[in-house]
Design a protein around this ligand. Structure first.
Ligand code: SF4
Length: 414
């Protein structure tokens, strides 16, 4: 049986039962992932087109290609691993297009790169074709290609390596992603295929993760010397452990482990094992049971909040004792000139240094920060008029606006 790094990620990120849900085709909330799927598909089109043309694709040309790809997603949907998927919503496709274009401008691929490239190894980590019956571990790389070594700390040439790049559309994606078995597994497969892929033995393997939301990029190189080979050997053992966990079943099922990893699990809404923790007295049980229940409820709250934000976009849902959704509330916000006005107040009316104004503007002060400046300028114990001065300054810096606030708004009982 061939194992895919992307599907074993369910087990690694969530729990063994999540892999069962995936294999059983349990419906998951597709909308949550649609933006990322669209961004991946559009970046794939851009990379492939660049290779076809044999030159870089930039500016308006890239934007036009991204738009055309987004339209295909809306009209026809995409195909994944040979399986067609339904057409995508225009909103998800448009947001995915924005993420893709921004990422393309900051991190364009090279002509030698390959996109959505599937590679596989057999059980002894020898390279085989992706569709080979001997394939045991498979990885579909967002981008794989050559890369130049880092020479900043060394006079020597850093050499040429093989780089695997994974695009992530989850906001919290950070450098910890580099140490997941998913990306390490991709690196292992890339190393196995490097000579076929590049035509030479790479000096190192680079794991790179790009957060499509924040445009942060994280990377780590592993030099393929004796120590590096030792590390690769440990990673291979980790993959084997993950596969062993995937193969382990009790009564034909993989074990569920409700808890902190339910957060973001795409099957949470339909997972009986998670729901079982919600029954009975909420404070009944040992500390582990109560903590698990808390983690499950917190994950469900997050999921329900996202669902309610979408459900109530056009107006709140009215309940017997309140409403759930967006409600307008007056709130004081800073006037557009607040940063300069704050500086002027700090400089006691003198024209402030424009560089200071630029700095304060870049810091994007809040109403709370403005209040702290006012308190520093007019401390409570200096004079009787301090409060009036503070209030006058805050009044001059802020205006009242109706701001939509999402939440549970109980009906007032007064
Ligand atoms: S919801 Fe929780 S228990 Fe259920 S499959 Fe996902 S991670 Fe496992």
């Amino acid at each position: 049986m061939a194992w895919r790094s992307s599907t074993l990620a369910y087990l690694e990120r969530h729990c063994p039962a999540a892999l069962d849900h995936h294999e059983a085709g349990t419906p998951r909330d597709r909308e949550v992932f649609q933006v990322g799927i669209a961004a991946h598909a559009i970046l794939d089109v851009l990379c492939r087109r660049q290779v076809e043309l044999g030159r870089g694709v930039e500016g308006d040309e890239a934007a036009a290609l991204a738009q055309a790809a987004a339209e295909v997603l809306v009209r026809e949907g995409r195909e994944f691993d040979g399986t067609p998927e339904p057409p995508m919503s225009p909103a998800a496709s448009a947001e995915g297009r924005e993420l893709a274009v921004r990422a393309w401008y900051v991190y364009p691929t090279q002509l030698e790169d390959r996109s959505e490239h599937g590679l596989a190894v057999d059980v002894d980590w020898r390279p085989v074709d992706y569709s080979s019956p001997r394939a045991w571990w498979k990885a579909a790389m967002d981008i794989v290609g050559p890369c130049v070594g880092d020479t900043r700390d060394d006079e020597d040439d850093g050499g040429i390596g093989v780089c695997v790049t994974d695009y992530k559309s989850a906001w919290p994606t950070d450098e910890t992603e580099l140490e997941t078995i998913q990306i390490r597994g991709q690196a292992l497969v890339a190393v196995a295929h490097a000579e076929r892929l590049l035509g030479f033995s790479p000096a190192f393997v680079r794991r790179r993760v790009i957060n499509l939301r924040t445009l942060a990029s994280f990377e780590a190189d592993l030099v393929l010397d004796e120590d590096g080979e030792q590390t690769l050997s440990t990673w291979r053992q980790d993959v084997r452990l993950l596969v062993a966990a995937a193969e382990s079943r009790v009564g034909g099922k993989r074990p569920a482990r409700p808890g902190a990893h339910c957060l973001g699990c795409p099957f949470l809404g339909r997972c009986e094992d998670a729901r079982a923790h919600l029954r009975g007295d909420v404070l009944d049980g040992d500390p582990e049971t109560i903590a698990t229940r808390y983690a499950v409820v917190d994950a469900m709250r997050d999921m329900l909040r996202d669902a309610c934000v979408a459900l109530t976009a056009e107006g709140p849902v009215v309940l017997d004792d309140g409403v759930v959704g967006h409600v307008g509330r007056p709130r004081r916000v800073l006037v557009p000139t607040a940063a300069a006005d704050l500086c002027r107040a700090w400089w006691k009316g003198d024209e402030p240094d424009p560089r200071a104004v630029g700095l304060v503007t870049a810091l994007e002060p809040s109403v709370t920060a403005a209040g702290k400046v006012a308190a520093a300028l007019y401390p409570r114990d200096r004079s009787k008029g301090a409060k009036a001065d503070r209030d006058a300054l805050i009044d001059s810096l802020t205006i009242s606006r109706i701001v939509a606030r999402f939440g549970i708004h109980p009906t007032s009982t007064e």
